[in-house]
Design a protein around this ligand. Structure first.
Ligand SMILES: [Zn+2]
Length: 100
């Protein structure tokens, strides 16, 4: 299996965590439909996150699996927190599932 191309990744997003290049040094979040859940560990912080991906970016996840009902609940919760944050209201940040 070949390693997928490196893309910036935001593991706190309720959608696909991948960043899509839109210009020189500019990235916007991937807006394809989320189909997979998995984890991602970042070496520099040594933190592991639950995160989501579309069909196209699924190979960027560790332990990728089709989203479950539990994942859908987490995704809904994340959208609520994101909407609250964007509205300047109190919200709970998404936290890693493990820190080493
Ligand atoms: Zn994607």
């Amino acid at each position: 299996m070949t390693e997928p191309e490196l893309v910036p990744w935001n593991p706190t997003r309720p959608g696909c965590g991948a960043g899509i290049r839109r210009g020189e040094g500019q990235f916007t979040p991937c807006d394809r439909d989320v189909r997979y859940a998995g984890t991602k560990t970042f070496p520099h912080t040594r933190a592991t996150w639950r995160t989501y991906a579309c069909d196209y970016h699924r190979d960027h996840l560790d332990n990728a699996h089709h989203i479950t009902d539990e994942d859908l609940l987490d995704i809904a919760w994340r959208w609520c927190q994101l909407r609250a944050a964007l509205a300047g209201q109190t919200y709970q940040p998404v936290e890693p599932i493990r820190r080493r």
